[in-house]
Design a protein around this ligand. Structure first.
Ligand code: KG4
Ligand code: ZN
Length: 341
């Protein structure tokens, strides 16, 4: 089975072709970082236009590289149908619908979050169920993943997503966008104990997150330094990252207990979404997974952030379950993986 996946929900135009025996035949990502750099975040209108400009050639290139001569040689086309910036999502969905109807192949509407959730099964043999920590620019939640299309939410952020917190701290420090990788790099040379920052919700029941107090505290520290030096910036990055690590450790312990009430024997933790690329956070999490006898899995760095392979793979998983869609489905800006989020 060969499936083409299209991802256009944020600032990456990404296309890939993946097989059901876990081969990525081709994989292309065009980042719009340059277009959004001056704004310190993604500008939806600019993003949608940039997707339109490149998507056709990117699909052709991906087909050529995979050696797939015509669309009807594909078993299906999978596309991110939400959640995300609606202009971009519409671009991907319209292109996918056109190919599906012209070539007469099935179409699969993929939830972007399900793409992140299942990617690890493309690169490793991780069985269901597993505990998932999904941490990206727009999402931050613990889920119990019971199977394809079967998710239960255990907790989530009550304000900012973790990736968003990284991006906002980077913006305060004028470091550019996206902030996560830059903050992680600078933190390597910083003093993580210099600034005392709040561990929000630490010690509280449940596994929700809150990062807005932390963000405000970082802002206060930045504003209090008169002539900020490179070393000050590194120390702030390191103290922020240490604080995030402490919060995650505390929340993860509770999430494990909640998850074990549902699945006492599924001792697997998967970290997915852009922030899963962060080595420091993964190392911190290992302290807890080792303590509780869990294995930790995350996709390789290049597949943690948005990409087409994750959408193609979710398409494979859904197709195997018979979950194909009618072409009349609508793109959605908001689309929780389950009813109550
Ligand atoms: O999954 P993703 O590519 O897009 C969304 O669906 O949001 O995640 C992007 C987010 C950004 O907020 C970015 O700053 C963050 O993931 N990120 C990181 C790292 N790499 C990307 N955060 C912390 N450390 C990283 N190394
Ligand atoms: Zn994402």
């Amino acid at each position: 089975m060969k499936i083409l996946g299209i991802e256009t929900s944020c600032d990456e135009t990404a296309v890939a072709i993946v097989t059901d025996d876990k081969k990525i035949l081709s994989h292309n990502i065009l980042s719009q970082m340059e277009e959004h750099k001056d704004y310190g975040g993604v500008v939806p209108e600019i993003a949608a236009r940039a997707h339109i400009e490149v998507i056709d050639t990117l699909i052709t290139k991906t087909m050529d590289e995979a050696g797939v001569k015509k669309y009807s040689d594909l078993d299906a086309i999978a596309v991110t149908a939400g959640p995300g910036l609606i202009g971009g999502v519409i671009v991907g969905v319209m292109v996918a619908k056109a190919i599906s109807s012209a070539a007469g192949i099935p179409i699969i509407a993929v939830n972007h979050l399900e793409g992140h959730a299942l990617t690890v099964r493309l690169t490793e043999d991780v069985e269901f169920p597993f505990l998932l920590l999904l941490v990206s620019g727009g999402h931050c939640q613990f889920l119990s993943v019971e199977g394809v299309n079967k998710y239960q939410k255990l907790g989530g952020t009550i304000d900012d997503a973790l990736g968003e917190a990284f991006d906002k701290v980077a913006k305060m420090l004028k470091l550019g966008y996206p902030g996560g990788p830059i903050v992680e790099k600078l933190a390597l040379e910083g003093d993580e104990n210099r600034f005392k920052l709040p561990r929000s919700l630490k010690g509280r029941k449940g596994c929700d997150f809150s990062f807005s107090g932390l963000k405000t505290a970082v802002k206060r520290e930045v504003d209090s330094i008169e002539n900020i030096t490179e070393q000050d910036i590194k120390d702030i990055c390191a103290s922020f990252q240490k604080c995030v690590g402490d919060i995650i450790k505390d929340r993860l312990k509770n999430a494990i207990q909640m998850y074990e009430d549902l699945h006492p024997n599924g001792k697997r933790l998967v970290i997915a979404g852009g922030v899963a690329a962060n080595k420091y956070i993964n190392k911190t999490i290992d302290e807890i997974t080792n303590e509780y006898g869990y294995t930790r899995h995350s996709p390789p760095i290049g597949l943690c952030t948005d990409n087409g392979a994750m959408i193609a793979w979710a398409g494979v998983e859904r197709m195997k379950e018979g979950l194909v869609d009618d072409i009349s489905f609508v793109p959605r800006a908001r689309w929780p993986l389950f009813a109550d989020s």
